[in-house]
Write a protein that binds this ligand. Sequence first.
Ligand SMILES: [Zn+2]
Length: 178
Amino acid sequence: MLPWVVRRTRLPLLSLRCADCRSESATTGEGRFRVNANSKLLDVWLLVHCVSCDRTSKRIVHKRAPVRSFDPAEIHGYRVNDPELVASRLLDPLLARRNRFTLDWAGAWRLDTPPARLNEAPVQVKVVFEDPVPVRPERLIAQGLGLSRNDVLRRIECDIPLRRPTSAGFTFTVMAGD
Ligand SMILES: [Zn+2]
């Protein structure tokens, strides 16, 4: 089975309306948290910047959470702006929902494919997502195989809907052409 991998090349932007300039795009930039902690309670925000006017705003990561419920390594990660922690919080669907933004993945990911010999069809392909990039299987397959969308619909057998965006792994089979 051929492995295909979807992975991010950078962090996605946030689709989020700026309160000043009405732009609808923001970035985490270098990736910074703001941490406010006393002995008992912890507040953490992720800082984001409008891509047009650079206005900074805060997205809630933790609000008045009991300090003792955290692994000290996690709190340290917030304090030092650990890039892995920035990525995992930004990509957390719960954080996005709570803070009313969606992720804009345009230009922020790539598809890695080993060379395929389609004349040896049927060929089975397994798609793995290293990052939760929502893709339309139909488009991803067309791109990965260099086929037209019509060819994809004609030659691909897949057990998930080809038109509905997904970021969960799936497999498909390329059938012989004419
Ligand atoms: Zn702005």
